[in-house]
Design a protein around this ligand. Structure first.
Ligand SMILES: C[S@@+](CC[C@H](N)C(=O)[O-])C[C@H]1O[C@@H](n2cnc3c(N)ncnc32)[C@H](O)[C@@H]1O
Ligand code: SF4
Ligand code: SF4
Length: 388
């Protein structure tokens, strides 16, 4: 790595550390400590993770072809998290969890208790964000749940484009649900729900990005996310990756040689698994969202406590492997890059455009929407899609 890069990385780490010490958000000590342990490549014992992902269900109405749930290659049993077990789990982790990502390998709002589950975590002082295909979102439920952030992820500006990737999802229904939520929020000014829309950029919809941005601003969305797509193979890439390669986080030269790999391949480092983990609907704990099929199960957080699993032998052995021989860890080969989760979750004060990308390409934003100045680059954002 060039020396200037190392210096700037170190500089941004120091800046963020200083920000944490100054503002002291929930979990700041654990984030500082665990990140320092990650930098020192020490596998544990760690403080409890500040950031958790929980999977309400791994079932879905849609059939997105890259997603293991959508394409039928999900190796785990289908199921729904049990509400009472969830509540016990949240009671246990609430003191140490700052942010809960309420979704993983399925459609969260197919679970009929989702609104209550989000509300439960909110009442325990946890910041909750979720991602949805939008087909079943109930506006009343969302406002009641007090979720901090909801991201409606779409695949096009019209059904013909949307439905190419979001197979079996209905864009009209999503629009109805989205407008109902925006209307209801207007009638409840006390509601703090941040409503975002994400656009998964692919070959068949890339021409619609400017239209998407204008539409999102017009209808009163808080943040429009432009998402670089992920695929699992060169063949899938040939079919789905945009022609405009600024939307690629894959290495173009390698791709031309028939190899799929990200532009930035992690090199014996991953601050993510020192600060975060994923709990599947049945309690099995996996490192990150690159493990949809449960290849690396560390233990079960519903049978034992998450504390035991988090500092248990399997998790520590995995961290040690990451720190010393990451090249041998299968799931890391297509990692889209996870930075340390952020704890400063202030909602945008005005319409914002965000690029969810591993790369630092600047998005070509129409001048009437603020040009490049409006684009916040978010390399390594924790909001990266979980099918990555
Ligand atoms: C497995 S989905 C679960 C949540 C929900 N069902 C949904 O699709 O939004 C997790 C995330 O992956 C995103 N996603 C799905 N396919 C993608 C792809 N090929 N490239 C990038 N993101 C993708 C979704 O938009 C969502 O943010
Ligand atoms: S990406 Fe989301 S909407 Fe698509 S199949 Fe997977 S879980 Fe369902
Ligand atoms: S896939 Fe990425 S986030 Fe997951 S362990 Fe590997 S480097 Fe970390």
């Amino acid at each position: 790595m060039p020396a200037t890069n190392t210096v700037s990385k170190f500089g941004s780490y120091v800046d963020r550390a200083w920000g944490l010490v100054k503002h002291r958000p929930k979990g700041w000590k654990a984030l500082l400590y665990n990140t320092a342990m990650a930098k020192a490549r020490i596998a544990g014992p760690l403080m409890m993770p500040v950031h958790l992902t929980i999977e309400p269900t791994n079932a879905c109405n849609a059939r997105c072809p890259v997603c293991e749930t959508g394409n039928g290659t999900m190796a785990r049993r289908r199921g729904l998290i049990d509400f009472d077990v969830y509540k016990e789990f949240i009671d246990d982790v609430a003191p140490t969890t700052a942010v809960l990502m309420y979704y993983f390998m399925g459609e969260p709002f197919l679970h009929r208790r989702s609104y209550d589950m989000v509300r439960y975590a909110r009442d325990k002082g946890i910041y909750v964000e979720t991602c949805t295909n939008g087909d079943f979102v109930d506006a009343e439920g969302i406002v009641y749940s007090d979720v901090n952030e909801i991201n409606f992820q779409i695949g096009g500006m019209r059904q013909e484009t949307h439905g190419i990737y979001r197979v079996r999802s209905n864009l009209d229904k999503i629009h109805l649900n989205l407008h109902a939520l925006l209307d209801l929020r207007r009638r409840h000014p006390e509601s703090n729900v941040q409503v975002n829309v994400g656009f998964i950029v692919m070959k068949h919809n890339e021409h619609e990005v400017p239209e998407f941005l204008r539409w999102a601003k017009e209808i009163g969305i808080d943040r429009a996310n432009v998402i670089d797509p992920c695929v699992r193979s060169v063949a899938e890439g040939e079919e789905l990756l945009p022609k405009d390669r600024s939307y690629w986080f894959y290495d173009e030269q390698a791709f031309a040689r028939g190899v799929l790999k990200p532009k930035v391949v992690p090199d014996n480092e991953c601050t993510w698994i020192w600060n975060s983990t994923v709990v599947n609907w049945d309690g099995s704990v996996v490192p990150c969202c690159r493990d949809p099929n449960g290849k690396h199960v560390f233990g079960n957080a519903f049978e034992h406590s998450l504390r035991e699993v988090w500092n248990g032998p399997a998790t520590r052995a995995f961290r040690e492997k990451i720190a010393s021989a990451q090249g041998d860890v299968d799931i890391c080969k297509l990692c889209s890059g996870y930075g340390v989760p952020k704890l400063d979750n202030a909602p945008p004060l005005q319409f914002e455009i965000k690029r969810l990308s591993l790369d630092t390409n600047v998005l070509d934003i129409p001048a009437d929407l603020g040009g490049d100045a409006a684009a916040e680059q978010s390399s390594g954002s924790r909001e990266r899609a979980t099918v990555n």
